[in-house]
Structures are given as C-alpha cells and as structure tokens.
Design a protein around this ligand. Sequence first.
Ligand SMILES: [Zn+2]
Ligand SMILES: [Zn+2]
Ligand SMILES: [Zn+2]
Length: 254
Amino acid sequence: MTSVLVLGAGSSAGTPVVACTCPVCTEAHPRNLRSRASCLIEHQGVQLLVDTGPDMRTQMLREKVSRVDAVLYTHPHADHLNGIDDLRAFCFRQQQAIPVYGNPFTMRNIEERFGYVTLPPTAHWERPVLTLNPVEAPFTVQGVTVTPIPLLHGNWPILGYRVGKVAWLTDVSTIPESSWPLLEGLELLFLDCLRQRPHHTHMSLDEAMVAASRIQAQQTWFIHMTHDIDANALRTQLPDGMDFAWDGLRLTTS
Ligand SMILES: [Zn+2]
Ligand SMILES: [Zn+2]
Ligand SMILES: [Zn+2]
C-alpha cells in the first residue's frame, strides 16, 4: 500500500498568479488553488518528499507533516528546488542529515547553488544538512524501493519517480521509449499537464491525455497546471479515470 499527498498541483507561478485578474485567479475555486508542484509519498512508514518548491514551508504547515525521510528531486528549476532551506526544520527535529536523490545533473546543480547544505551540522542546525545522492537506477530508502523514471523536460534530462504502483511525472515533455516499460501496472499516475496550448518543455492537456491513455494507470491525476486550466470547468470533458489534482488531495493504492 502506498499513499500520496499532493502538496502542490501548480506550475511555476502557482494559481492564482500574483496580480492576475483572469476569472480562474479571481474566482479562486478550490480546484483551482494550486501551490508549486510537490508531493509526499508514504510507503511502509517511510515518508518521501518529491521536490522542495518555494511553497514547501506553507505546504508542510498546512498538512502538518512532521517527518521527511528523504527528498526525491525531479530537476533543479526554482519552482521545484528553491524551498530547500526549509528542510532545516526537519533536519533539526530529526537531528540528522536527510538524504536527497536526483540525477547527476540535478545533484551538481544543487551543489553549485546551495553547496552549504553539504557541510557538517553545527550544534544549532542553522542550515539544512543533506547528503547528495546521484541516481540513475532503482535504489532503496530504508528498505523502500524507488525507481527513477528518466524523462525529458525540453532538452533537460530529468527524473520522475515510481514507488510501488504510484508514479509522479512532473515537468515532462517527452517520455523516452526506454522509460515506458517502467510505467506498467500503475494504480496512480500523476502527470504534467501545463495548459491547453502546446509548450516546448511541458505536456499540454491533449498530449497528457494521449500519454495517460498509453500508460493505462487505473487513475491519472494531472498536475503542474497553469491558470489557463479551469479545472472545475474542464474536468467534465476528461475521459473516465482522468482528473485534475488539487492541493491537499490524498490517495492510497490497494
Ligand atoms: Zn515546474
Ligand atoms: Zn490568472
Ligand atoms: Zn521545470
């Protein structure tokens, strides 16, 4: 059994967008309130956080998350990484370094931009204390197997992740042929769906529906939507088994 808590279902700007006066942003329907994309996956009691965006602190407070055993980074764009300093609270509470994982490109980027996270802890734990683990193949965190799913985000090599029958694929424009077999037999698929118009580094709604139909998860939940997606209006047009995720959505596999 694997549980997923959607911490954020939004794109880089979030929805509502600051200062935007469009109907989606001003009406602020609960299905259209989307902080920056992130989720917490729990399997056999191990809590895995996917990404640390700028909304991480408020997401953790909102959902009363009390422990993070590891962080799975998809890629180093600001909307997925720049909340990294707020891992400090968990390092302090747990009194230990937190292991973080990502492809070598992402780990190098974190080391260049936030190199202080690799320093040893001080008595005051005033910085996050992390261990950077470059991964390209399945690995385990406290006995839980995590499968990285290589993806393309424009021309950036990034990772999605699979744990049990759950996969989180954000910021993807192309799923390489070799990654499709890693997505067989899913119960819950979370998939990038930026907006209705095409975009060169993300799947559009049409592209996401085509990919979801090929993957054939029992349920597909779209994530990383901009304010162009009025989830409350558009969801009625989606095929059975597909819907737009929202902040705070909790799901569990059988
Ligand atoms: Zn993003
Ligand atoms: Zn707007
Ligand atoms: Zn991105």
